[in-house]
Design a protein around this ligand. Structure first.
Ligand code: DUC
Ligand code: ZN
Ligand code: ZN
Length: 488
């Protein structure tokens, strides 16, 4: 009997820091050995000429999530994870979304049950906190954080989701005391409200005005404020979906000052612009997301941020809504921009787009690609080293890439249920031909072989940066002037 269940041979193995040609041996779902040459496995995959990468981790995606308007995403945990797997992603971290009045404990249990029944790859959850009552803050969140739900998402905008600055301080305090990372949707709600009301009053209701109604300064202001509040309580923070140069510069300034501030951007901010919202008829609705795509110079800024480590992570923000009465057009065929559900699909194309436009075009190298799409997520979320790398003892979550394969993107060939792709007609170079989840070959040359419900809740340890800093002692900490000194 062979020593390994699976051997991957002669590939170029890439981690976030190294590249080497060699073999990987897998046993019982785990990487059992890595060497220049290993004995044959029960199944052998020849990866000559291919890149062997850790499977992607999509650390920001909305799956089977009910919006505050009561609209459900187009994908459920089956279709979303099938789609993710076809694009080389082997772990997803979507949301357990609390709506006001709900128990966070019950919300987490409900989302877990959905994933348990349907997901084909491994998963964990961020908890969205929209109603930080004393019960939630004192009794519900601490045991959930201890159990592994170590990321709390907060919204600074959306009338039905946002928390105010005082509430944000309370959530930051819980994160500090119990060891969680705050992830933030940072846009100034009142600036958006002010702009939106004036646009609508003047009859400017078409999808393209969605972009104008989310002013770039609204993002920079909220990013700055989120960073200041996190600094005040002295906890790390990850700013989600950064879109503008100004917001990126706020993050960079904080990092230069030694603060534990992290940043994310997403495919829509590299590859789309506000002009896409001005497509004929109401087709622009397909491109409405928040924050909105900006302009070419912001795209360049986002590339810089990915290359120079202002951004540590690149996620899809997959939030699919069909272009029909169940989704984008739920308010009728001619909705105002305020009535259009926000979000785009992205789970499947996140990695191929970044590989093609980033690695193949020389903007980032393959190790940076791995860092941005997998390793850094694992480190920030406490999934490392079980996920996010190729090392003995890590889960055998692996994507074997053909770096030269050319693929034409069409809705017919993508596997989510959105019914359109924002990237229709694009050609991408590089595709993950074989995708392996805990040693199971789940996609091979476009053919899926995975059972519904075969994904598992991933193991999540306490990430270094989320180690509890302890209860705030106001006098003492004030004397120390809160902030960067304490983190050094
Ligand atoms: N904006 C969000 O805040 N969430 C989902 C998608 C979007 O566009
Ligand atoms: Zn968001
Ligand atoms: Zn999101």
């Amino acid at each position: 009997m062979s020593e390994f269940d699976l051997t991957i041979r002669n590939g170029t193995v890439v981690t976030d820091s190294e590249q080497a040609t060699g073999d990987i041996g897998v046993k019982d779902g785990v990487i059992a050995a890595m060497a220049e040459s290993l004995a044959p496995g029960a199944r052998d995959i020849d990866a000559s000429g291919k890149l062997v990468l850790p499977g992607g981790i999509d650390g920001h995606c909305h799956i089977e999530q009910l919006s505050s308007f009561g609209i459900l995403n187009a994908d459920d945990f089956y279709s979303a994870t099938v789609s993710a797997a076809h694009g080389g992603t082997t772990t997803v971290v979507p949301f357990a979304a609390q709506h006001r009045g709900q128990s966070v404990t019950q919300v987490v249990a409900a989302y877990r049950a959905l994933a348990e029944e349907k997901a084909i790859i491994d998963y964990h959850f961020h908890i969205i906190v929209t109603d930080p009552t004393p019960e939630v803050l004192e009794n519900e969140l601490p045991p959930l954080i201890a159990e592994g739900f170590r990321t709390l998402k907060i919204f600074m905008t959306y009338d039905l989701m946002r928390i105010d600055d005082y509430q944000l301080l309370q959530v930051l305090e819980v994160a500090r005391e119990h060891g969680a990372l705050i992830v933030a949707h940072a846009e100034n709600n009142d600036m958006i409200r002010w702009a939106s009301e004036r646009l609508i009053d003047q009859g400017h209701t078409a999808p393209k005005f969605h972009a104008i109604s989310h002013p770039r300064l609204a993002e920079a202001e909220a990013v700055h404020r989120a960073i200041v509040l996190a600094r005040f309580i002295d906890v790390p923070i990850l700013i989600f979906h950064v879109t503008t140069r100004e917001a990126m510069e706020e993050i960079r300034r904080a990092q230069d000052a030694g603060l534990k501030v992290y940043g994310e951007t997403c495919p829509q901010y590299l590859f789309l612009t506000a002009e896409d919202l001005d497509r004929p008829d109401t087709q622009g609705a397909k491109f409405c997301c928040s924050p909105p795509p900006r302009d070419k110079s912001d795209q360049e800024a986002m590339w810089q941020g990915l290359a120079d480590n202002t951004f540590q992570v690149f996620n899809s923000d997959h939030a699919p809504y069909r272009y029909d009465e169940t989704g984008k057009l739920s308010a009728g065929p001619n909705p105002t921009f305020k009535q259009i559900a926000n979000g785009l699909p992205g789970l499947e194309l996140r990695l191929p787009l970044l590989f093609s436009e980033g690695v193949v075009k020389g903007r980032i190298d393959a190790s940076r690609f791995v860092a941005l799409t997998s390793t850094n997520m694992a480190r920030l979320y406490g999934l490392y080293p079980g996920k996010g790398t190729l090392a003995e003892g890590s889960d055998a979550d692996i994507a074997i890439w053909d770096p030269e394969a050319e693929t034409k993107v069409t809705d017919e060939t993508t596997h989510d249920l959105t019914g359109y792709t924002p990237f229709e007609g694009w050609t991408v170079t590089g595709w993950p031909k074989t995708v392996i989840s805990r040693g199971r070959v789940i996609v091979d040359n476009g053919v899926l072989d995975a059972e519904r419900g075969s994904g598992r809740l991933a193991k999540r340890e306490l990430a270094d940066l989320a180690k509890p800093l302890g209860r705030l002692e106001p006098e003492m900490d004030a004397a120390r002037n809160f902030g960067v000194q304490m983190l050094r």
